[in-house]
Design a protein around this ligand. Structure first.
Ligand code: ADP
Length: 279
């Protein structure tokens, strides 16, 4: 059996790597040719401070997110251990422990995934993919999830091709559709479109929903790690606050572009535009 130390090191490695790159998410500290040396130095200083702040914030967020389910696991286990809980309580506490453990696993998986994506595109293999076919089979896998939330899924579009990484495109689609279902209303709809992008000559993938929408003042920030509009809704539906950060990475690694439209009470649409395939 592997020791606890092994697992702690396995988790800490990616965390350290991510803390290092968390500050690399913003604009580079470049300066225009016309900018004076003083202004450039000041900008560099500001960027450095921003980097330090983001690293601290990221570490604090990860620590907090991991501590909450662990504290709950430890607390319920202690209650069972003391022997004070009756049979009914024991079953309920065991359920709480399992829920928190599942939550922890999802969180750790997302953290590790984000850390892998931070590694850049060195080891990423690209192939010619039929975006429409991929989206269609991905959606079929989400039908049950939709039914659970009483949300209907539908698909539109036609065959179109991109140079992409299959696993990443599947993840991107999963994360967008999962959000479209989780932030929807009962009886709501989710529509996925995949097809040629008439304007750019490439391909477009969009996921639109009839859900709760995102207030304008939050729209710019939802792609940040751990940023959530409504924390309790995110957590109660199994969210980690990292799904869209993963999406943002995947879009960047594909040199693709994204557009977001959302209106409170009406719904949300996220469209990803891919370049033409190299044939
Ligand atoms: P989470 O795991 O919390 O869903 P994400 O990174 O996937 O994290 O999304 C960040 C936040 O953006 C969510 O917590 C939610 O507030 C908001 N959000 C994302 N997608 C949608 C959507 N389709 N409709 C409404 N809000 C959304």
């Amino acid at each position: 059996m592997k020791s606890n130390g092994f697992f702690v090191r396995k988790l800490l490695g990616p965390l350290k790597r991510m803390a290092k790159t968390a500050d690399a998410q913003g604009e580079p500290a470049g300066c225009g040719e016309s900018a004076s040396f003083g202004a450039a130095a000041q900008k560099q200083n500001e960027d450095m401070l921003k980097g330090v702040r983001m690293r601290q914030e990221f570490t604090a967020n990860v620590t907090h997110e991991l501590k909450t389910p662990l504290t709950s696991i430890s607390g319920y286990a202690e209650l069972i251990e003391t022997g004070l809980a009756d049979q009914n309580d024991t079953v309920r506490f065991a359920r709480e422990i399992r829920t928190s453990a599942d939550r922890l696993l999802t969180l750790i998986n997302d953290i590790i995934r984000l850390s892998e994506l931070d590694g850049g595109e060195d080891a990423v293999s690209f192939e010619r993919l039929n975006l429409y076919e991929l989206a269609k089979s991905g959606m079929e896998m989400l039908t049950l999830n939709g039914e659970k939330h009483q949300v209907t899924l539908s698909m539109r579009g036609e065959n179109c091709f991109i140079d992409g990484n299959r696993q990443m495109i599947e993840e991107l689609l999963y994360n967008l559709c999962d959000n479209a279902i989780r932030y929807n209303n009962r009886g709501g709809r989710v529509e996925v479109f995949a097809g040629p992008d008439e304007d750019g000559g490439g391909a477009a993938l969009s996921v639109s929903d009839t859900g709760i929408g995102i207030p304008e003042e939050h729209q710019e920030r939802i792609f940040e790690r751990f940023y959530r509009v409504d924390k309790s809704r995110s957590k109660s539906t199994g969210g980690t606050g990292l799904g869209l950060a993963i999406v943002k990475h995947i879009i960047a690694l594909h040199d693709a572009r994204m557009e977001l439209w959302s209106q409170v009470g009406k719904g949300t649409k996220i469209t990803v535009y891919f370049h033409k395939t190299l044939e």
